[in-house]
Design a protein around this ligand. Structure first.
Ligand code: 5RP
Length: 254
């Protein structure tokens, strides 16, 4: 009996383990290559994104003695902790409103390098930092590459909203986009909704394939109470997509 139980469980565990490892290899390869190519010792201020992929970029940066003078600007609580734990110089936007380069992850990236971001609920600060950066670089494993936004990332476009406005915004969204099914993002280890680093709520909204991300972004941002939309249009200069075999696809904005 035990033999059959072990036999039934083993293959799926192994497959899941392998695929997680493969994804992490892709993230790491993209992050290392991006740091090596875009974070030069001539820079003074570098923005650090949020999520799981950016951890590899910070790992690579902390090993570089020639980057010890650089000030790093975080995009979230998580990213501030990463910078501090790596003993890098932590800065803020008040002191450094102009950033040389920012590296960040993404949930989906289209062929024009428009992105869906906010899977980690950090897109408000991420977009501010991206807009303050001379160069904005995306690092991701190759699952994130897509022809059209909304096809690979099926959790919806994250929208940060003022808490007192969330139900009004949901009503507006249901009226303007009847099939969008907006959902208030709920916390998993806390009762109630996810509360962002800025004290707001997140709505995840399904638009299907998004043919014109910037038109959609412009419509959504005009809804009163919407603070930021997780569509990053015409912001990314270059994206590094890593595969499990260590190969990397580099895409530049045309
Ligand atoms: O936008 C983000 C957080 O708001 C992240 O950059 C995005 O979710 C990608 O995360 P990961 O590197 O874990 O895939």
């Amino acid at each position: 009996m035990l033999y059959f139980l072990v036999k039934a469980i083993t293959p799926s565990v192994t497959r899941r383990h392998l695929s997680t490892t493969a994804i992490e290899q892709g993230k790491k390869a993209a992050a290392y290559r991006a740091v090596d190519e875009v974070v030069h010792s001539s820079l003074s201020v570098v923005g650090i994104g949020s999520g799981s992929t950016i951890r590899y970029a910070v790992d690579r940066i902390k090993d570089r003695q020639d980057l010890a003078h650089v000030t790093y600007i975080p995009t979230s609580f998580q990213s501030r902790m990463l910078i501090q734990d790596a003993n890098l110089k932590l800065g803020n936007l008040e002191q450094h409103p102009a950033i040389d380069v920012t590296i960040d992850g993404a949930d989906e990236v289209d062929s024009q390098l428009n992105c869906i971001k906010g899977g980690g609920a950090c897109h408000l600060q991420e977009k501010i930092i991206a807009s303050a950066s001379k160069r904005f670089i995306i690092i991701a494993d190759d699952r994130k590459k897509s022809d059209t936004l909304g096809v690979n990332w099926t959790k919806g476009v994250p929208i940060e909203v003022l808490p007192m406005a969330f139900s009004v915004i949901m009503l507006h969204l249901k009226t303007y986009f009847p099939s969008a099914a907006p959902k208030l993002r709920m916390a998993t280890e806390k009762a109630g909704p996810v509360v962002t680093d800025n004290g707001n709520f997140i709505l995840d909204v399904h638009f299907g394939p998004i043919s014109s991300p910037s038109d959609l972004e412009n419509k959504l941002i005009r809804i009163p109470g919407v603070i930021e939309v997780g569509l990053f249009c015409n912001l990314t200069d270059r994206a590094y997509f890593g595969s499990s075999d260590g190969s990397i696809h580099v895409a530049n904005r045309g």
